[in-house]
Ligand binder design. Sequence first.
Ligand code: G5P
Ligand code: MG
Length: 226
Amino acid sequence: MAKLFRAAIMGPPGSGKGTISKRIAESFGLQYLSSGHYLRESIAANTEAGLLVKTYVDRSMMVPDHVMTRLMLPRLEQLHGHSWLLDGFPRTLSQAQALNSLVQLDLVISLNIPYETLRERLSDRWIHPASGRVYNMGFNPPRKQGKDDVTGEPLIQHDDDKPEALMSRLRHYKDMAKPVINLYKSQGIHYSFSGTDTNRIWPYINSLLSTKIDTQPSDAFQTQTP
Ligand code: G5P
Ligand code: MG
């Protein structure tokens, strides 16, 4: 049996967590869990909890810790026996502590992207509000300008992606992330990647993970020791 591997990816809004997570999940066969995805799913379900969540997500504000842990931890419990990658959770020390009481992570990746790069990316970002699908006019444009690839519905831009709002979101992100990063540094599992270009960062993450993840599908493929 391949050894289980549990990782998380952290980084400010627009840092490329989603883009890199998808590559990791595909290359290494990990289950992928995105906090933003589950939040949007709960909003779409239109429950009381979903409506509450919407008031935060619409303003790009942090959803309260107890709501986040109640949303994420049961899903991780269901993945008992699987290797997985978390995108966007934990984001606060309290979330990290709740996660720690359930499982010890093997590795945490932080994306350290200059502010100017984030500003450019997010001001170029268009969203399909119903599904949360995200496009970037330079990096991954929709097939038809201004329209969602799947539904053909119009794309919108977020008020929160305007420069002033973005600056305050990023400052807030850093304040929240610092103690989380320190926790994972103290556990010796934190790796930080800096750069302006996802395609340039990816090979470094890929080679780090190649050394950490046991991708042997079964014992039968392992070399026999004499
Ligand atoms: P999300 O959904 O986690 P954010 O704001 O943290 O949202 P986002 O927007 O999903 O982060 P990302 O995943 O880090 O960004 O980045 P991405 O989507 O891969 O890339 C961003 C854009 O840049 C895309 O258009 C992509 O195509 C483009 N891009 C990527 N790489 C490059 C490149 O090299 N060059 C160029 N030119 N473009 C590139 O969370 C949403 C909300 O949910 C709440 C919060 O309200 C949050 O705002 N929330 C939580 N609240 C509390 N606790 C938690 N744990 C929470 N998790 C979510
Ligand atoms: Mg994302």
